[in-house]
Design a binder for this molecule. Structure first.
Ligand SMILES: Cc1cc2nc3c(=O)[nH]c(=O)nc-3n(C[C@H](O)[C@H](O)[C@H](O)COP(=O)(O)OP(=O)(O)OC[C@H]3O[C@@H](n4cnc5c(N)ncnc54)[C@H](O)[C@@H]3O)c2cc1C
Length: 443
């Protein structure tokens, strides 16, 4: 049998593509290296049905961050797709939670005066439990029409005169079109496949940042109308952006890429809230290859970790005075640390550029808040956000090989749930249009 489309990777990008194709009557094969949703364990945080989407499920509907979809498709198309993503999620139960907007024109004007910019978004924050229920319903709906192969690795993809031939350990499949949707977790496998197909990836992005923890009251004037805000600062070293703002949240350890980093835990995921607020200020960097990006991350974060789970924390007052924070000082600190970290001096642990950008940003934040930040504000080093290498694709996500596509995070274009989903939906709409045109032409 010849499938219309074979999708490799059942993360959010692959699921939204499969759903669109299924609704338009296409024959779809969906292959994933991981397990069906019900069989996934905590250890399989990346692999299996839902991919990384089996998480807190915070969908940010914005063309301004979470990927470069707007650069590729234009802001209007991106936002239209996001409305459609949300509508589909709601069909499967997402409207159990209300969406909210972070738009605040008064704040946006004040930020501009202070040399910052606000990035607006509409958010539907599902939370872990609802996110899983929706994925379960989506999986059941897809099972009606889509052929699944779980715990299956594709060994080879070969071009044929008509479509592609895929081999796995036990089977071979023919497909008119093949779509990579393997997220960041499939990077090594995808590199091998692309090499065999004669395609090369280009630069790789890496974001590094310091996580900032302060008393929640310090942000009250900014957040009186909205739950959270996203601020951007166009520094000489690139645009730094706040990420994962957690009012009333805690900081927890995140284990990724063999590194240990400070991460925000939303108060909804905790037994009780805190009186603090935390977020990371990320600065992007670009490297010629994935290996170079990984090497750099290891040389900074790995160095801090010292082969343990060491994270360094410093008081803002001490950083500004150029001295180390003593561990005794933390017990009396007005901002109570929500993470047990090693008191130290970030100047000795973090690249100078990141310190400069952080201090410049904090000065602007003080202008925006119209009050100095407490010297007891805590700074944790160092958080990281990792990306797949970028692959050259057209506006239809087609690679240089006709019929071979890459969507979601593995394309290097998206790095959020909403943008990964939108890329899947977009390709689904284009492929079904194309098939309809071909069918009309030859019927
Ligand atoms: C800790 C963490 C928290 C996040 N929180 C948020 C958030 O709250 N909001 C947000 O918008 N974004 C968040 N993101 C980013 C978001 O999860 C991703 O951008 C999104 O899930 C990408 O979707 P995807 O379908 O492209 O890839 P993935 O979700 O990574 O899915 C890829 C799929 O491919 C499969 N796969 C991998 N390799 C192979 C292979 N060789 N063969 C077959 N199958 C394979 C995997 O099993 C998986 O199912 C978070 C990311 C991380 C790491």
């Amino acid at each position: 049998m010849m499938y219309d489309v074979t999708i490799i990777g059942a993360g959010i990008a692959g699921i939204f593509l499969a759903h669109e194709l299924m609704e338009q009557g296409q024959t779809v094969l969906l292959i994933d290296a991981g397990k069906p949703l019900a069989q996934r364990t905590k250890q399989e945080a990346y692999l299996g049905f839902g991919g990384l989407g089996k998480s807190e499920g915070k969908y940010n509907y914005s063309a301004g961050f979470g990927g470069e979809l707007a650069e590729k498709l234009g802001a209007e198309t991106t936002l239209r797709l996001m409305h459609q993503v949300d509508a589909l999620l709601c069909r499967y139960g997402a409207d159990e939670v209300e969406s909210y907007s972070t738009s605040n024109p008064v704040l946006a004007d004040r930020a501009k005066v202070a040399g910052l910019e606000t990035i607006e978004t509409t958010v539907r924050h599902l939370g872990t439990a609802l996110s899983e229920r929706i994925l379960r319903r989506l999986e059941a709906a897809l099972h009606e029409h889509v052929t699944f192969r779980f715990e299956t690795a594709v060994a080879t993809i070969k071009r044929q005169t008509d479509g592609f031939l895929l081999t796995t350990e036990h089977e071979t499949f023919s497909s008119q079109r093949v779509v990579f949707a393997t997220g960041r977790s499939g990077t090594a496998w995808m590199q091998e496949q692309l090499q065999a197909l004669g395609l090369a990836q280009s630069k790789t992005r890496l974001d590094l940042g310091i996580r900032i923890e302060m008393e929640e009251t310090a942000f009250r004037t900014l957040l009186q109308d909205t739950f959270e805000t996203k601020l951007a600062y166009a520094s000489a070293a690139g645009t730094a952006v706040t990420y994962c703002m957690n009012p009333k949240g805690r900081i927890i350890r995140k284990h990724q890429e063999g590194l240990v980093m400070p991460d925000g835990q939303n108060f909804r995921e905790q037994d009780s809230g805190t009186t603090n607020l935390n977020f990371t200020l990320f600065l992007p960097r670009y490297f010629a290859t994935l290996e170079e990006a990984n090497h750099y991350a290891a040389s900074v974060i790995g160095q801090i970790n010292q082969r343990t789970d060491r994270i360094v924390v410093q008081r803002l007052g001490d950083l500004r005075a150029g001295r180390s924070t003593q561990s005794g000082a933390l017990t009396e600190n007005k901002v109570r640390p929500t993470l047990a970290a090693t008191a130290g001096n970030l100047i000795e642990e973090v690249p100078g550029t990141d310190i400069t950008v952080l201090l410049e940003f904090l000065e602007r934040l003080e202008q925006l808040l119209d009050t100095p930040l407490s010297n007891d504000t805590l700074l944790y080093g160092m958080d990281g956000k990792f990306y797949a290498p970028m692959l050259s694709t057209s506006v239809t996500f087609e690679t240089d090989i006709p019929g071979l596509y890459a969507i979601g995070d593995c394309s290097g274009v998206t790095h959020s749930l909403s943008q990964a989903a939108a890329s899947g939906l977009h390709l689904g709409q284009l492929l079904t249009q194309k098939t309809a045109v071909l069918r009309d032409k030859f019927s």
